[in-house]
Ligand binder design. Structure first.
Ligand code: MLT
Length: 332
């Protein structure tokens, strides 16, 4: 082999190595904070997103469950600062940073999975995404749908507003939820999600509310006995990305990430449809007692909507925002 051929070969190998090094250097490994344990709706959305991201880009991502990267509300701050890439968390933990999102936390506005899909996938969802970028510096790129937040407690069956008396109920640090419980006659205890299991286990609080799938994933059946099917809040759990990190990506990557988020969202809706009933049954098999409000929830609904809606008109952007949402849902 001539000196020239050898030299050319060496050059080619060096160029390929340099190319590979460049590709590797560009490939990111995103960290995604997940508030819940594995096995819930956050996990389902997250896993699907990770799979799609890998298929559509040169990047990868890893889920960190159970609040390993901080409490849900802290992860919004961290993503805003760009010290965390992404997080999947309940919408009620975004509201304190982006108040107009509160329209999705108002009691008895979203009354089904179809309502949730319609709102998040339409103009209202787009407006709230833009507001959240403006107010909280994070971008919602996907939505997990988790079902209604049912009330659980360790002490007694709750079938009426009056039954709540004497119970210490944990809620997220969310003004709308605190006021909802106030309308039902009790002062709930605000507590970070990451502290909730221990709070229930050590009986600092008697109960809490979260969707069936979350109650199951978090093994709350080990420390809670009674469930009440209240439907005041349909839990939506967005996947957010730091806006500064998003803007630092190529146009192709940004497009792929939005597509991956959208496809993972559709998957999440199907996951809820496919799994909620079986999970409810399993919770009963594990010893939980499930009750419905005795009056068809009439008193819960009347008290909450009357006291809470008007109080938050201003923070959600005016009464007309709620009117618009109700009209879209055919209840205007
Ligand atoms: C909360 O109760 O703080 C959240 O809904 C928990 C969750 O993200 O599942």
């Amino acid at each position: 082999m001539s000196f020239k051929t050898n030299f050319t070969k060496t050059l080619c190998v060096a160029a390929s190595l340099l190319f590979l090094a460049t590709v590797d250097a560009d490939a990111k490994r995103f960290k995604i904070a997940v508030g819940d344990a594995a096995g819930g709706t956050q996990d389902a959305l997250g896993k699907k997103f990770v799979e799609l991201l890998k298929a559509k880009t040169s990047h990868s991502a890893k889920l960190f469950h159970n609040g390993q990267l901080g409490s849900e509300q802290d992860t919004v701050n961290d993503a805003a600062l760009g010290t965390l890439d992404m997080s999947i968390l309940a919408i009620n933990n975004i509201t304190p940073f982006s108040p107009t999102v509160g329209v999705f936390t108002l009691p008895y506005v979203i009354l089904s999975l179809d309502d949730a899909v319609k709102l998040t996938q339409g103009d209202v969802g787009q407006e709230l995404i833009a507001n959240t970028i403006r107010d909280a510096k994070v971008r919602i790129i996907g939505w997990a749908y988790s079902g209604f937040r049912v009330l659980t407690n360790s002490k007694k069956p709750v079938r009426s507003v009056a039954d709540l008396k004497g119970l210490v109920i944990r809620v997220p640090k969310n003004a709308i939820m605190l006021d909802t419980y106030k309308s039902w006659g009790i002062n709930a205890t605000p507590m970070a999600w990451s502290e909730t299991f221990t709070g229930l286990q050590q009986k600092v609080v008697d109960g809490q509310d979260n969707p069936y799938i979350t109650v199951h994933a978090m093994k709350f059946y080990e420390v809670q006995k009674y469930v009440t099917n209240v439907r005041y809040l349909f839990s939506i759990e967005p996947l957010i990305i730091s806006e500064s990190i998003f803007q630092g990506l190529s146009e192709g990557d940004r497009k792929a990430i939005l597509e991956a988020g959208k496809e993972a969202t559709l998957y999440s809706a199907q996951y809820l449809r496919d799994s909620e009933a079986a999970i409810k049954k399993d919770l009963q098999a594990k010893g939980m007692q499930i009750d419905d409000p005795a009056d068809g929830e009439k008193e819960f609904i009347e008290r909450a909507t009357k006291a809470v809606w008007p109080k938050f008109y201003e923070s959600i952007g005016g009464k007309e925002k709620l009117d618009k949402v109700l009209a879209i849902l055919g209840r205007g």
